[in-house]
Design a protein around this ligand. Sequence first.
Ligand code: HEM
Ligand code: HEM
Length: 138
Amino acid sequence: MEIGDLGELFGYLAVAMFGFAAFRYVLKWFFKTYGKWVKEHTKFHPLLLKVMDLNKKLHPWIGLAAAVFVVAHFTTQFIIQGYQSPSGLISASLMVIQVAGGFAGQYLMKKPRPKWWLWLHRGITVALITGLAIHILG
Ligand code: HEM
Ligand code: HEM
């Protein structure tokens, strides 16, 4: 495998981890909207609770994995091959802020976490979707 392919692979792995972390929003939305219905009409409620719980436990580590792959991607693309990418640098900075902010929210702040923290965490997710779309499709 050439170094360029490896760099691209790290990029796609970072995107995959990011997508999995952002999926938490969809999962929570589904649970809030249809959780009661699932409980009353199907036998899958315990499974749904398990999936929610597993996603919650893995969320920080999936986010951390995304950041690790971003660093690997940055190393292969910029440090080794010398490519420039403004959209990549902006996305990478946002990703580092997101993961650091996530850990601060999870482990340093008292519960209930302030509303502004959640909105910041959501807002950076949306900014990242935009930044990555420009970086990858642009
Ligand atoms: C959150 C951070 C980032 C993610 C998730 C990411 C992800 C990706 C992905 C999936 C690709 C493959 C898409 C394609 O080839 O068109 C790619 C390509 C690329 N990335 Fe990033 N990237 C990030 C940050 C960066 C940074 C900081 C740089 C700095 C130099 C960078 C430089 C590049 C370059 C030059 C390409 C094109 C490579 C080629 O076409 O062979 N990326 N990135
Ligand atoms: C790529 C990085 C990440 C993305 C895209 C991301 C995205 C999200 C999203 C979309 C939510 C749901 C927000 C809502 O309820 O509307 C969420 C919740 C949360 N995230 Fe992250 N996150 C990332 C990394 C992290 C990390 C590294 C941590 C902690 C170590 C973290 C901690 C939390 C906490 C504490 C919540 C709220 C609690 C909960 O939903 O149960 N996040 N995140």
